[in-house]
Design a protein around this ligand. Structure first.
Ligand code: A2H
Length: 253
């Protein structure tokens, strides 16, 4: 682990349509603000391949006013950090509009900034930590072993996970090419380590390490404005583009 703070990119995913349960919780409480789910990512350059987003089913989320026109959905912990990083209108002030369970948000349709898929669905993930990032995770199954395996589990047992199969019908998209693992590193490493489910947390941690290093040091972009560039260069440039477009912001913890 790094000794200094972790520099995440907060990805703003505007709600297009709430799930019925979330719609009930939100009704009349956001004062006409646009609501965004905010994901914390270390891999902004992979946003082209977002196929869905994850929330933890045992996590409580809040919707927090950022200013008069926008509100963010994330954990209280993250909102508090944001308030001290100049992200809210009033420094240090957390204005929580409502609380909602992770399970209630599942099925909500959101915009996916820079993705080949303009709109994607919120899905449940078992291994989301309430103590890290915003508690919302963008899902890029081509490049994240955790995301790939979780999506595979959901596709296998949609009834068990209480999801509509159409929410998980988005196929992984090639985003980064590496000499060793080809155009989709996550499924390749999952296969190599014989991972079967998102409960294989030890092997998934190893897979994550391999995929992260390989992608960062040996990866080349396959899509987007920086196609053909090494990931090491594209990473900061995609991040800047997202921020310039008002689709992301710097978030540290
Ligand atoms: B990353 P680190 Cl393509 N619980 O984003 C569990 N995981 C979380 C989380 C939480 N509360 N908050 C963020 N994350 C995930 C993209 C990605 C990520 C790719 C490949 C690897 C990767 C798309 N998912 O992470 O412990 C988020 O997933 C591997 C490092 O702070 C975030 O970046 O190092 C990453 O974990 C942050 O993990």
């Amino acid at each position: 682990e790094a000794l200094g703070p972790t520099e995440y990119t907060g990805i703003k995913m505007e709600v297009v349509q709430w799930s019925p349960e979330a719609a009930k919780a939100i009704e009349g409480k956001v004062g006409g603000r646009k609501v965004y789910l905010v994901a914390a990512t270390l891999r902004p350059e992979t946003m082209y391949g977002q196929t869905n987003c994850f929330v933890g089913t045992a996590i409580k989320y809040g919707v927090f006013a950022i200013n008069e026109t926008e509100a963010y959905l994330c954990t209280y912990r993250a909102a508090r950090n944001m308030a001290f990083q100049g992200i809210m209108d009033v420094r240090g002030q957390v204005n929580q509009l409502l609380e909602v369970d992770g399970t209630a948000i599942v099925g909500t349709k959101i915009k996916a900034p820079f993705s080949v898929n303009p709109e994607v669905y919120v899905l449940p993930m078992e291994n989301v930590l309430p103590s890290k990032g915003t508690g919302v995770v963008t899902s890029v199954p081509s490049d994240s072993p955790d995301d790939f395996q979780t999506v595979a589990d959901l596709k296998k047992k949609p009834e068990f996970y209480k999801i509509d199969p159409s929410w998980v019908a988005f196929e992984p998209l090639p985003v980064i090419s590496t000499p060793t693992y080809g155009d989709m590193i996550a499924p390749a490493v999952i296969k190599q380590l014989k991972i079967q489910s998102q409960k294989d947390t030890k092997q998934l941690a190893e897979a994550k390490e391999i995929a992260y290093k390989e992608g960062f040091y040996s990866g080349t972009m396959l899509v987007g404005e920086f196609k053909g560039l090494p990931v090491q260069e594209a990473k900061t440039r995609v991040r800047e583009k997202l921020i310039e477009a008002g689709l992301a912001f710097a978030y540290a913890e």
